[in-house]
Design a protein around this ligand. Structure first.
Ligand code: PEP
Length: 254
């Protein structure tokens, strides 16, 4: 049994004050939903205030990125120790925007993932093909490489407690979500790769879907046997919309 996992990725949206207002609004909306893991990833600056505002709730606070090193001359970067000191327990790693706009590689994703998991935090490792790669029938090759290289070096026990987000690049922020069948097929493939790499226990790793998830499509997507939740961008910025997505993820078939 894999417990549904739903994460909000705000990207570069909301001031600290707006983040706290959101926190106060969303807590009562999801209070009764006790069978879903709920995570919110605000911008770095809002992390301590969000951790405070959500301290008495079951909502966990995530960062959208991290640096793999513990400290040093890395201008503009943030370490795991700093994140932990700000109440962060989950880290999004290798989002396609970071891969495409900031040059992140599979090796960089792997360094961040190993550091994050080694420090006892939960990683959400993002993988996904571009439209060009899908049309060239390279989707499974891309997913295999990103999963294999991104999670290399973790133990089977560690993999079982992590999260992989399948986010087809062509579905992110476009309003065009993968069909439930497309998502389920990709998720099944990712899980097969995890099991072949780490053994049967890796099947417990939750594989969540991201790409234009909305209140109106979440139940069908997360209702697929291999889809364990959602990573939500645009539709997570409004607390009501996000709470509806959390509620919709409960109708999962897992
Ligand atoms: C994302 O940012 O991870 C994402 C899936 O965005 P959106 O929901 O807006 O497509």
């Amino acid at each position: 049994m894999r417990r549904p996992f739903v994460a909000a990725n705000w990207k570069m949206h909301k001031t600290v004050a707006e983040s706290v207002t959101y926190a106060h609004a969303v807590v009562p909306l999801v209070e009764a939903i006790t069978d879903v893991d709920i995570v919110v990833a605000p911008p770095f600056l809002a992390l301590p205030a969000m951790a405070d505002a959500l301290a008495d709730s079951r909502i966990k606070v995530a960062s959208q990125n991290v640096h793999a090193a513990s400290h040093g001359a890395f201008t503009g970067e943030v370490s795991l120790e700093m994140l932990q000191g700000s109440g962060v327990t989950v880290v999004i790693i290798g989002h396609s925007e970071r891969r495409q706009l900031f040059g992140e590689t599979d090796a960089g994703v792997n360094a961040k993932t190993r550091a994050t998991v080694g420090a006892g935090l939960t990683s959400i490792v993002c993988v996904g093909e571009t439209l060009e790669e899908r049309e060239a029938n390279r989707t499974f090759d891309i997913l295999d490489r990103q999963v294999r290289d991104g999670l290399a070096g973790l133990s089977p026990e560690q993999v079982a407690t992590q999260v992989v987000a399948y986010e087809p690049v062509w579905a992110i922020g476009t309003g065009r979500n993968a069909t439930p069948d497309q998502a389920n097929e990709a998720h099944r493939h990712i899980r097969q790769q995890l099991v072949s790499q780490f053994g049967d226990s890796a099947a417990a790793c939750r594989v969540i879907y991201g790409g234009s998830v909305k209140p109106g499509n979440v139940a069908e997507l997360v209702g697929q046997s291999e889809v364990d939740g959602a990573l939500v961008g645009g539709a997570s910025l409004d607390p009501t919309s996000f709470s509806e997505i959390v509620a919709g993820s409960r109708s999962t078939a897992i």
